[in-house]
Design a protein around this ligand. Structure first.
Ligand SMILES: Cc1cc2nc3c(=O)[nH]c(=O)nc-3n(C[C@H](O)[C@H](O)[C@H](O)COP(=O)(O)OP(=O)(O)OC[C@H]3O[C@@H](n4cnc5c(N)ncnc54)[C@H](O)[C@@H]3O)c2cc1C
Length: 381
């Protein structure tokens, strides 16, 4: 019987194991360095498990080969993900923004379903076991001096985001030892830092606004959604999306009242004076800070409301990021995500140079890539 090793028991590794065990007669071994499978998956979507999005397409991703991403999404997209999970059990519904969650809104239930399926399918799960080396003949080295030869190896070791879940980037070294290169990695879907003085007094205030990333004064990306002020910058889903496009030296221009035109604002602000000027216009805490900063001057207030400028000083880093931008280039894989440098080695998930927007796109990529790999291996055996 053919033997397949999957390295990394996260979203893509578990899905790939389940897809393979369901469709071919082969022995599937899943190596996970942590104590449990799917620890990160269980924390996704604020613990609610936003597994995909009804609005799908390569435009929601960044990669060295978006056409390949589009092709792979057309082979396994939103409906396929929902079907894949529905066949294991459960109900999956989109919210108003297209974000699909299990009806019970528990990410850990997704992990439990996958875990149960793997155990029913007879997938051999090897926990608390870090793979330290893969050789060109597909021998996998693990634990203390143990090794095993496989007919296919799938590297699903994730990226560098949220290393507390076991993803410290060691998977890149495994791939690099077999000749792969690495698109430089940066944290994405992460809080952006600015000069703390510019957000003093605003911590905890949430606004539905627009974030525009300005580079040398020109807009490079604009998005609308939740902006949450923090001690050192901003967070929230609009900030997370912007973080995929912003870099140090850029300036964020926040429109804190995107549905109200400047002329209308002047008209409204002329009705009151003093600290009451912004009552029922914005959150009171935000109003007090803006009023002080504008010295009560109406045109300065309008400027602050429509273009609140925050120079980007960086991010909170990988420890706080949801996903890694960069990774193993798609250019070094074929259409089933098999390495073009080491036959029989495949990649799935965040380890690849594909990162998606906030809203279920990264888990969708984990499942899409897992499917491509499972089909590729099936075709070879
Ligand atoms: C807090 C948080 C919330 C998120 N929310 C969402 C969301 O709502 N929707 C969404 O689409 N995306 C979300 N994401 C992103 C998404 O979780 C990841 O993109 C996705 O889990 C990546 O799947 P993966 O299988 O590639 O890697 P991971 O799920 O990170 O799994 C990789 C696994 O490999 C193991 N491993 C690493 N090296 C080795 C080794 N050498 N040997 C053995 N095992 C190893 C690790 O321990 C880990 O378990 C979120 C991320 C975070 C951190």
């Amino acid at each position: 019987m053919k033997k397949i090793a999957i390295i990394g028991g996260g979203a893509s590794g578990m899905a790939c194991a389940a897809m393979l065990a369901n469709s071919i007669s082969a022995s599937v071994t899943l190596f996970e360095r942590g104590e449990r499978l799917g620890r990160k998956l269980s924390a996704t979507g604020n613990g609610q498990g936003n597994l995909t999005n009804a609005y799908m397409g390569a435009s929601f991703y960044r990669s060295d080969d978006l056409q390949k991403v589009e092709r792979l999404l057309s082979r396994f997209g939103t409906e396929d993900t929902v079907r894949f999970f529905s066949e294991m059990g459960g109900i999956y519904l989109p919210d108003a923004k297209g974000r699909v969650y299990p009806a019970g809104k528990q990410a850990s239930a997704l992990t439990d379903l996958l875990r149960k399926t793997l155990s029913r399918q007879g997938v051999k799960t090897v926990l608390q076991t870090k793979v330290s080396r893969i050789s060109r003949d597909l021998t996998v080295y693990y634990a203390e001096n143990q090794r095993d030869r496989f007919d296919a190896v799938v590297l699903c070791a994730g990226g560098m985001a949220a290393p507390n879940f076991g993803t410290d980037g060691n998977g890149y070294a495994l791939a690099q030892s077999l000749g792969h290169t690495l698109v430089p990695c940066t944290p994405s879907l992460v809080q952006l830092r600015t000069d703390p003085a510019l957000v003093r007094g605003l911590k905890g205030i949430r606004v539905d606004g627009t974030v525009c990333v300005l580079r040398k004064g020109r807009p490079v990306y604009t998005t609308r959604g939740d902006i949450l002020f923090t001690e050192s910058g901003i967070s929230g889903d609009a900030c997370f999306r912007a973080s995929a496009h912003a870099k140090e030296g850029d300036v964020l221009s926040l429109d804190l009242l995107p549905d109200v035109k400047e002329e209308e604002l002047y008209r409204v602000l002329s009705k009151n004076d003093g600290e009451e000027t912004l009552l029922c216009v914005v959150n009171n805490g935000l109003g007090r800070v803006l009023y002080k900063r504008a010295n009560g001057e109406k045109s300065a207030l309008v400027s602050l409301l429509k273009a609140f400028l925050l120079p980007v000083k960086g991010t909170l880093g990988f420890a706080y990021a949801q996903v890694t931008k960069g990774g193993i280039p798609l250019a070094e894989t074929d259409d089933d995500l098999q390495s073009t440098l080491c036959k029989g080695l495949y990649f799935a998930g965040e380890i690849l140079n594909v990162d998606g927007d906030c809203g279920g796109y990264n888990l969708q990529w984990a499942f899409t890539s897992a499917y491509a790999v499972s089909e590729g291996i099936k075709g070879c055996f």
